[in-house]
Design a protein around this ligand. Structure first.
Ligand SMILES: [Mn+2]
Length: 246
């Protein structure tokens, strides 16, 4: 089975605060192009697909009708990230076991963070979210909250605060029970191999598809061969032009 794993789109309402910066049709064409080119059997969205911290799901849906329709018309897997933890139609992780008994584990990766990764942190986070959900019925609380989040994002640019070694350590923990682990969350597309517990293990990160860029992982789940794909906006445009010319 060939899988396509992509993450961290942070789909927003396409206003000035957001980091999605994709035209809906361009993104769909990009995904469809890859599906076709690599004979993809399963598309897996590895978390932070929707920017539900800064925006409400309803507003995101309203701003991206073509994309939402595309998602619901296809049998895609959606994994929960820390920015779309409230997405009820998503799962916490997705595991595949191939015919050789090798196990591939896919999750967003925010469990490596203190706030998300231990019981106390999760309890605090959950309490905060519950409180926010209750208070968010009031428009002014919601407005102030979204402003604070937007300001916070501007001060600490998302990818900078991630310490790669922390996720590597977390990946090693997960690899005790799996042969391959695919995380997202860090916005850094990367791949590492190691011999661990007498087996070859792989940690991959699906990078990000925000800011109009396209990064993803393609993997043949039988051979565990993979490819990291990183395309700039310009390369994507060139590809369209070529496709149209044909
Ligand atoms: Mn994340």
């Amino acid at each position: 089975m060939n899988i396509l794993v992509l993450s961290d789109l942070h789909i927003d309402t396409c206003d000035n605060f957001g980091t999605f910066q994709w035209n809906e049709m361009d993104l769909i064409m990009q995904i469809e192009g890859i599906r076709d080119l690599y004979s993809i059997d399963k598309v897996i969205f590895n978390g932070d697909v929707f920017e539900m911290i800064k925006y409400t799901y309803e507003d995101i849906k309203r701003a991206n009708p073509i994309l939402m329709r595309y998602f619901s018309d296809n049998d895609f897997v959606f994994i929960r990230g820390n920015h779309d933890i409230l997405n009820e139609s998503a799962v916490n992780h997705y595991d595949i076991i191939n015919s050789h008994g090798q196990s591939i584990h896919i999750e967003h990766g925010h469990n490596a963070d203190w706030l998300n990764g231990n019981r106390l942190g999760r309890a605090i986070g959950k309490f905060g979210l519950t409180l926010l959900k209750k208070l968010s019925h009031s428009k002014w609380v919601r407005d102030i909250y979204f402003k604070i989040v937007a300001l916070e994002d501007e001060i600490n640019h998302i990818p900078k605060k991630y310490n790669t070694i922390k996720y590597l350590t977390y990946a090693l923990k997960v690899l005790k029970e799996h042969d391959v682990v695919i995380l997202g969350h860090t916005h850094k597309l990367e791949a590492h191999h190691t011999y661990y517990l007498n087996k070859k293990k792989r940690y991959l990160n699906s990078g990000a598809c925000s800011l109009g860029r396209f990064q993803c992982i393609i993997m043949d789940t039988e051979t565990l061969k993979y490819e990291l794909i990183k395309e700039s906006r310009e390369a994507i445009k060139d590809m369209y032009l070529k496709r149209i010319a044909i």
